[in-house]
Design a protein around this ligand. Sequence first.
Ligand SMILES: [Cu+2]
Length: 272
Amino acid sequence: MFARLGVAVAALVALTPATKPSAPPVLTIVATDFAFTVPGGANATVPAGPVTLRLVNHGKEIHMMGVVSLGTTTVSEFFDKLSHGGFVGTEVGGVNGVAPGDSATSTVILEPGNAAVVCYVVSADGKLHALKGMFAPFHVQAVAGPLAAEPHTAFDVALNDYRITMPNNMHAGPHVFRVENDGKVTHDLMLFRLSPGADTTDAMAWHDKPAIGSTRAHPLGGIVGEEHGLYSFFDADLTPGDYMVLCWMPDVKTGVPHFYGHHMWLKFHVAA
Ligand SMILES: [Cu+2]
């Protein structure tokens, strides 16, 4: 009796090691004009909890990668809605604008179920990249043990309707930002490095040609739309200079991006 109990306790101890949570798994996705290559293809699966997404842009246009959590909704239902101008699912963030030849990283918190990555950049012909093929499904699997640890963050960014709040004592170096949406509507955050002499209008020129952008405002990723109450993370290696963050989400009534219609942008300086 006691011997049997001893074996059972030993087995339990072996199954629950007292180790600290691991770093999030990293999923590297390659963007081309106009497709996403996801490791595992149609069978791509990631564990629930924090997952780090790295977007590598091998295309000639700017790309981004929004993550939509679908639960039991199928990806074909999602795509059907999207191609008719509608939307279904929960926007949980993603990697925002990445220039050709660049890469950027973001960590999102995923719930089990169906999910998809989507590029919402609009080409010069007015067509959404997603509808040209930049759309890929993946599956989020429930985890029995502890979830991966969230990234250690250097800076907190708060998004509200319609304001961005972030520290103004930024210094150069690689940083992790935690971006929380405290507003009622969905917001995103795109980061630009401004060329010397460039001003905010250079970043805002993106409104007119998002697939090409502006040579005086270089995109450095950020996070794609996240809904009320959600948070996610992005990495940025900052050199000294001037930067700008802005929210690209369209207003629910007018369709005009928040940075344009609601002045939801912020310029900041990074010291050496
Ligand atoms: Cu916004």
